[in-house]
Design a binder for this molecule. Structure first.
Ligand code: G4P
Length: 522
């Protein structure tokens, strides 16, 4: 198969949802359809044995949350899917934002009972910024959920995207009868028993529909059908690809209902790998030469071996196992000795991968998030955001003999991107910054368990952090005056932690020659 054909079969997407909407359940069904797990229920069964497919870290099990993103590769109907999982907990949203930079499309999963929830709104903002094409799945139709026209209206107004239902439910809750597929006039009958979910070719006016579903539900359905087909805009692929219109599907993940339709939609209408901007030019996926960037670094996927994996999104060309590539930031040549694909905890060494694919490579401690790899050309892929931490703490080591271990741990964990490390001007104690407070707990836990360094974290009350730039002399002057609040980030940039708005305004007024930036100005 030609390079272009291989690439055109790739679909790389992420699921965006609020915790509990059913992402784990849906992922499990995807894997079942991809025939990479033998029985649906596998992931859940594992969960009952105290871990789930995407739970790698002990802390996740203790708290019952998904802390780190995982990547799953699976085939479906001739396509190759790369599903970039995203942590649901809001304190790890940074990781999720970064995961969204590695995909070409997203699935927005909405709970039919709760409607659009907070975390989904936040993540949708990132999708909108990146103009990511979105498909929506309204889950838990087997429960007494909200009125579906109301739900569609809420998606349109809150998530600011036009909706275009591809299917419509008939009945809901205990009386959920199934979904009607508008494009091909088929009725997909709901049955909790797998394998008994029949698909019937039936026109909306076919009396058999009334026979199967009951007059009351068909009347209600027809009302919605008329609204959708007469008053709503029909599907427009251009609009979908521009992130302006979202096809909507209804179903029930736990009952494996409506999931195949969803995967078919990804196979049929979702974009194959898209071109990507770099600092010098637009990189096309079909280019012969390989290029990729690191969007995630994760340690301890296998607790038995102290390892660190860098996740690469391949942006152009292909590579074969053993190929040498250029690590653009350091100029070093790296051999991709054992690139892996993932089925969560099960890694598999692969021989070949193409643009669109997400693979893991062993990171000997060399790589950073955002690093670009190429076959020789020097450039850097754009668009890997850096987030300004909102919470800060001073780190005190409890056993002074472990200072080397703590230093190593703090550096490595900051390279993974979950925390940012700073050195204060007025004290030898390192300062860490995080986007969500839960990351403090993770840091403490990991320093202790992985590096043997027990630490105490002293939270610093901060109104906001500002990166300073501008005239060097003025910066020095500023650093002298605000020494107690100033620190350097890992690039040596000056950062000031302001305890209140008054101090910030005063500094901005007195140092008008300097720029005070809320984002990391690296
Ligand atoms: P998450 O990863 O998005 O956090 O959600 P997850 O899949 O863990 O699902 C959250 C809960 O919602 C689970 O119930 C799951 O069984 C349930 N769920 C998922 N899809 C559906 C659906 O279509 N209908 C109904 N009625 N429930 C659904 P739980 O009680 O928290 O866990 P469990 O005891 O089922 O494992």
């Amino acid at each position: 198969m030609s390079l272009a054909s291989e690439i055109s079969l790739r679909r790389t997407f992420a699921i965006v949802s609020h915790p509990d909407a059913g992402k784990t359940t849906l992922t499990e069904k995807f894997l079942w359809y991809g025939k990479v797990i033998r029985e649906a229920g596998h992931v859940r069964a594992k969960a009952n044995r105290s871990y789930t497919v995407s739970d790698w870290m002990k802390i996740e099990q203790q708290r019952g949350i998904s802390v780190s993103s995982s990547v799953l590769n699976f085939p479906f109907e001739g396509c190759y899917f790369n599903l970039v999982d995203t942590p649901g907990h809001q304190d790890f949203c940074e990781d999720t934002y970064r995961a969204l930079t590695a995909v070409d499309a997203a699935l927005v999963l909405i709970d039919s009972v709760n409607g659009v929830e907070r975390q989904t709104i936040k993540l949708m903002d990132v999708c909108r910024m990146r103009k990511t094409p979105i498909i929506t799945f309204i889950n838990k139709m087997d429960l007494d959920g909200r009125d579906i026209l109301e739900l569609l209206d809420e998606i349109e107004s809150v998530l600011q995207i036009q909706t275009c239902p591809f299917t419509l439910p008939i009945g809901y809750g205990k009386s959920f009868k199934g979904v009607y597929c508008i494009a091909d006039n088929t009725f997909h009958m709901f049955n909790k028993e797998e394998g008994k979910q029949e698909i019937l070719q039936l026109n909306v006016d076919d009396p058999k529909l009334v026979e199967l579903c009951g007059e009351e539900y068909i009347k209600e359905f027809k009302g919605r059908y008329d609204v959708v087909t007469q008053a709503m805009e029909p599907f427009d692929k251009e609009k979908y690809l521009a992130g302006k219109q979202s096809p909507v599907f209804f179903g029930s993940a736990v009952n494996n209902f409506g999931v195949r339709q969803l995967l078919n939609a990804f196979a049929n209408i979702s974009p194959p790998p898209m071109p990507r901007e770099s600092d010098i030019r637009l990189v096309q996926p079909e280019e012969n030469k390989f290029s990729a960037f690191v969007f995630k670094i994760q340690a301890n996927m296998d607790p038995k071996h102290r390892d660190r994996t860098a996740f690469l999104r391949i942006c152009s060309g292909s590579f074969e196992r053993g190929n040498k590539v250029l690590h653009c930031r350091t100029g070093r040549e790296i051999r991709l000795a054992a690139p892996t694909s993932f089925l969560a905890q099960d890694k598999e060494v692969i021989d070949k991968a193409y643009a669109g694919d997400i693979v893991g490579i062993n990171d000997p401690g060399l790589f950073n998030i955002g690093d670009t790899f190429t076959e020789g050309e020097k450039f850097k892929f754009a668009g890997i955001p850096d987030f300004a931490p909102e919470f800060f703490a001073r780190v005190t080591l409890l056993n002074p003999l472990k200072s080397k271990q703590m230093g190593k741990g703090l550096t490595q964990l900051s390279e993974e991107g979950a925390t940012q490390l700073f050195s204060a001007l007025s004290s030898a104690l390192p300062v860490i910054g995080v986007v969500g407070e839960l990351q403090f707990d993770v840091l403490k836990h990991r320093l202790e368990n992985e590096y043997g360094a027990e630490v105490h974290l002293d939270k610093i009350p901060v109104f906001c952090a500002r990166w300073l730039s501008g005239d060097n002399k003025k910066q020095e002057e500023f650093a002298k005056e605000y020494k107690g609040d100033c620190m350097h980030d890992k690039h040596g940039n000056l950062v000031c932690l302001f305890p209140n708005e008054y101090r910030l305004n005063l500094a901005v007024k007195n140092y008008s020659e300097l720029e005070f930036s809320a984002v990391n100005a690296q």
